[in-house]
Design a protein around this ligand. Structure first.
Ligand code: ADP
Length: 615
């Protein structure tokens, strides 16, 4: 319940939905009881129960008082009046009232439903937004730990679940108990004795149902996490289709999917078996109650016939049964909703888990904006571990403004990690990174990042126009600025060759462009941002020679006058760097310019250059 009370906060302010819902449900409940109460005069009329007293009583119009009795008398007066003129008129009158009552019941029910849907959609919208915003603020480390599919499932399946359950639980909180009360008032008015009798039997069935629904939570949780895994497998398969086919791994992937899908089926089957037990309990117990009423009420009527007209009339008894049959529906709806609430609680918890995740990399209190990068970037004795796995050990170096420092070393040595520490995708475990002599943690993250551009091997493009991909996050950019950036990045020509130039949509992840073109677009994006600091992470390593030359030219243009940290496998691309750092086992083992390092006897760098035939 705590989960729900927290989630329902997202539907605030409640007043907008609750008041119209409350008022409409009140009217809907009233007319709903009224339409069944009309059975009594109808039956009385058809089976002509009018007595001498009743004929006398309803011969004149009743005097006004604001009570149920007055309206009842007025109604009977009208019926008698019409009956005297023409009995069929009275029948029309009653029939028209029944239609009117049903119509009004449904109109008010619809209006109540509308305000509930309004609340529900608002709730879901706000929950989705909250998760999405949270994902955008969470530290990078979170995303490797939590699988993508799992997050997708939390945003989709779990939110849908809450949507369904929230609708139901709101109904439980307001509408159904309300209707039940209205029906019971109707029942009491007809016969208090019979109503007390029915109340005795209902709690027995409620206990049985509560026991079944309690067990539902575990299956629900299993189901949702299994959906997450399924989504991950589908996503991985779609992304890696080429690799899967070429390695003949189709069977393996299908098997993995089948196992997980099987697990999902079993979990949902278990959940279904238990969930569907609940209505059986309620239905059977409902019918037992009706049977008991038939026996008890029926015998009251049988007794009446022998002992005057003091008890229940047959018409009233039929109306009683008709209303009572309506009691079963909301009672059943409440039971189903209770079961769903148990199920939804697991989803709610999974949503709150994401919302409650602590953001590990945040602006420190009192952080100031870095207005301009003036002097240098310094890594001072930096150590870093992913969870408990040490990756960087005592790394110290400096990049002066306008200079280029290159990182070289085998794969997995920690080069990308160094690059990720600078924009604070992660925070150092010990040591510090300073910009212009001050720890980067004393600046706001946004301000640090506003001075940096990343160009990486994984090119991230969005399913949008070329213009918007270059001017990322700045839709009001001018065309001249974007063209200038594209020209520097050697991209203008190929952009003009596309169908709609800068307005061409590049498709999902830029699928309609070649690797080199995509990279040049990402360089144009970096040029457009015009940052003081550049981080280049193996930007040319996946390209063919011709594309590489175009991209390298673009990069050289981009690096003009900027401070650059570059990671490269191909040493030819970093010959001009002011300092080259050779990394091994998370440490810097050699450092100096290309010529310094070439001069060194037995240097690792020398070996690498010989391997790559660079002198
Ligand atoms: P490089 O760029 O030199 O290839 P990385 O900086 O990418 O190396 O990785 C350094 C080490 O840290 C590797 O052993 C890698 O497996 C590990 N690593 C990288 N990213 C993560 C992460 N998000 N969580 C845990 N370990 C990671």
């Amino acid at each position: 319940m705590k989960t729900y009370s927290r989630l329902l906060m997202f539907a605030k302010p409640y007043g907008k939905f609750v008041i119209p819902f409350f008022v409409c449900t009140l009217f809907a409940s009233f007319f709903s009881v009224f339409q069944f109460a009309l059975i009594i005069p109808l039956l009385n009329f058809l089976f002509d129960h009018s007595t001498v007293e009743s004929l006398q009583k309803y011969a004149t119009a009743p005097s006004f008082s604001f009570s149920a009795g007055y309206f009842k008398d007025l109604f009977y007066y009208q019926v008698h009046h019409l009956k005297i003129m023409n009995p069929v008129y009275a029948l029309y009158f009653i029939a028209a009232l029944i239609v009117l009552a049903v119509l009004l019941t449904n109109i008010f029910r619809y209006l109540a439903q509308r305000s509930m849907v309004n609340a529900r959609t608002m709730l879901v919208k706000k929950i989705r937004e909250a998760i999405f915003e949270k994902i955008n603020r969470l530290h990078m480390g979170y995303f490797t730990k939590e699988k993508k599919g799992d997050l997708l499932s939390r945003m989709n399946a779990d939110v849908f679940e809450i949507e369904a359950v929230a609708g139901n639980s709101l109904e439980i909180l307001f509408k159904e108990p309300y209707l039940l009360i209205a029906y019971f008032i109707g029942l009491f008015v007809i016969s208090a004795k019979l109503t007390f009798f029915t109340l005795l039997i209902i709690p027995v069935s409620a206990i049985g149902i509560a026991m079944v629904t309690k067990k539902l939570r575990k299956e629900a949780s299993d189901m949702q996490s299994s959906i997450g895994k399924l989504l991950t497998i589908i996503d991985e398969t779609l992304m890696g289709m080429r690799i899967i086919r070429s390695f003949n791994a189709t069977g393996f992937v299908i098997n993995r999917f089948r196992t997980e899908n099987d697990f999902y089926r079993k979990a949902s089957l278990q959940g279904f078996k238990k969930r569907e037990l609940a209505p059986i309990f309620s239905e059977v117990s409902g019918v037992i109650v009706v049977a008991c009423i038939l026996i008890y009420g029926g015998s009251m009527i049988l007794r009446n016939n022998g002992a005057g007209n003091t008890g229940l009339q047959a018409s009233e008894f039929i109306a009683f049964i008709a209303i009572f049959s309506q009691v079963i529906r909301p009672a059943k709806a409440m039971v189903v909703a209770l079961a769903n609430i148990q199920r939804g609680e697991a989803s709610g918890q999974r949503i709150l888990d994401v919302l409650d995740t602590k953001i590990e990399v945040e602006d420190h209190p009192g952080a100031i904006a870095l207005s301009a990068f003036k002097k240098s970037i310094q890594f001072k004795n930096v150590c870093f571990s992913y969870n408990d796995k040490p990756v960087l050990k005592h790394i110290s170096f400096e990049i002066e403004k306008g200079k280029t420092v290159a990182l070289v070393g085998p794969s997995g040595v920690g080069k990308s990690t160094i690059a990720d520490l600078l924009p604070r995708f992660y925070d150092v475990t010990s040591g510090s990174i300073c910009i212009d002599g001050k720890d980067i943690r004393s600046y706001t993250m946004d301000s640090i990042r506003s001075h940096m551009s990343f160009v990486t091997q994984d090119i991230i493009l969005f399913n949008d126009s070329i213009f918007n991909n270059i001017a990322l996050g700045k839709p009001d950019a001018s065309m001249e600025e974007v063209i200038r950036a594209a020209t520097i990045a050697n991209a203008h020509e190929f952009i003009m060759d596309t169908e709609e130039g800068y307005q061409t949509n590049i498709g999902d992840r830029g699928i309609r462009l070649s690797g080199g073109q995509r990279q040049r677009l990402s360089i144009a994006r970096a040029v457009f941002k015009n940052p003081a600091i550049l981080i280049l992470d193996e930007a040319t390593s996946s390209l063919d020679t011709e594309s590489e030359k175009l991209v390298q030219d673009a990069l050289n243009n981009l690096m003009q006058g900027r401070t650059t940290l570059v990671i490269a496998h191909r040493l030819s691309t970093i010959k001009e760097a002011d300092e080259i750092l050779i990394l091994q086992d998370g440490k810097i083992v050699e450092r100096g310019s290309h010529f310094d390092l070439i001069e060194l006897e037995e240097s690792i760098y020398k070996k690498l250059t010989l391997m790559q035939k660079i002198a």
